[in-house]
Design a binder for this molecule. Structure first.
Ligand SMILES: [Zn+2]
Length: 340
């Protein structure tokens, strides 16, 4: 079925109505931009929406669901896409270092050069050539400069989708070449409703929606991976221990969190717990995200003044900035332990 101006697409996205409507309109009008920048925090659905957009660009045979068009999922293009072997679609992300087996710090220039070579070839299937660049803010400076040339001299029917949590780390020259779509948190109610459609029990759906705090992807991650949820809960409890402990205890706990990536993730969790404590202090306990730990949080909130919690929050935010600036994580966290 060809895409006509009258066709309507059915995309299973939670939230982001404005963005979804706009992208559907682009598809329906056959007016696809050369480059999009999906910007916003993790777990909002940027990658998921990119996948659906890509699928809608390559599918050769849409079918109808509730009167709206859905990529068929079974044509050759859909199958190739699903198996990540579609010859005209490239997903780029930080490579894993063979030495350390960890992901490299940057997307390197070699990766961009390789991508450019592929984009310069003719499309295998006479359709769009599409590149999705994950964590675009991790492009090295050389890689970004090289990518800029591609964005400045786009070839026909090439679509580049950049995903980025923080566009402040992207060169302005790149941002200015892209159509930027800012992803905002979805309403808790929307996430709750979506979980109900997945047959999640109401009580659990309420807990998950509160925990997700506007990030549908997070609710689904916790739903599908109980282990991830348990790890998260451990990190929350770790922070409660941290708050309750004396300086020596805090220092020891902080010193044990030496890995930079892990420290960043943990501080993000801790910040959310602080937010909950501040909400309780402000007389809004129903708005906390860690609903299942409400009683424990209320107990701790009683032991801290609002002012002190604000001071800890400021120290946490400063620590996050240091980590983003590559300061030694052990130093940053030990420093945080001494702050109160
Ligand atoms: Zn298809």
């Amino acid at each position: 079925m060809s895409i006509t101006p009258k066709s309507r697409f059915n995309w299973p996205i939670v939230g982001h109505r404005g963005i979804v409507k706009y992208l559907k309109h682009c598809l329906e009008a056959g007016n696809i931009a050369q480059a999009y920048l999906f910007a916003g925090p993790a777990h909002l659905g940027k990658r998921f929406l990119a996948e659906i957009l890509v699928n809608s660009l390559v599918c050769k045979s849409f079918h109808k669901k509730d009167g709206e068009l859905v990529p068929c999922g079974v044509c050759e293009c859909c199958r190739q896409l699903k198996n990540q072997v579609h010859p005209d679609v490239y997903w780029l992300k930080r490579e894993v270092s063979e030495k350390s087996e960890k992901r490299k710090k940057n997307i390197g220039i070699d990766q961009i050069r390789e991508l450019q070579n592929k984009l310069n070839l003719c499309s295998f299937l006479n359709s769009f050539k599409i590149a999705v660049i994950d964590e675009a803010e991790t492009l090295s400076q050389d890689a970004a400069n090289s990518l800029l040339k591609t964005l400045e001299e786009p070839t026909k029917n090439t679509v580049i989708i950049l995903l980025a949590e923080n566009t402040a780390f992207l060169p302005k020259t790149i941002v200015s070449r892209c159509q930027t779509l800012k992803f905002l948190p979805a309403a808790n109610q929307e996430i709750f409703d979506h979980l109900l459609t997945l047959k999640v029990e109401r009580k659990k759906a309420k807990l998950l929606a509160a925990l997700a705090a506007g990030r549908p992807g997070l609710a689904l991650t916790y739903l599908n991976s109980p282990q991830t949820y348990l790890t998260f809960e451990d990190e929350v409890k770790q922070f409660l221990t941290f708050l309750r402990g004396n300086i020596a205890g805090r220092f020891k706990l902080a010193g044990g969190l030496a890995d930079a990536e892990a420290a960043k993730a943990i501080l993000a969790v801790w910040r959310r717990v602080l937010r909950d404590l501040l909400l309780i202090k402000a007389g809004a306990p129903q708005a906390v995200s860690n609903l299942n730990l409400s009683a424990e949080l209320e107990e701790i909130a009683r032991d801290f003044s609002g002012q002190k919690l604000m001071r800890i929050l400021a120290a946490l935010e400063a620590s996050q900035k240091y980590l983003a600036g590559n300061v030694n994580p052990k130093l940053v966290l030990e420093n945080l332990a001494l702050i109160f």
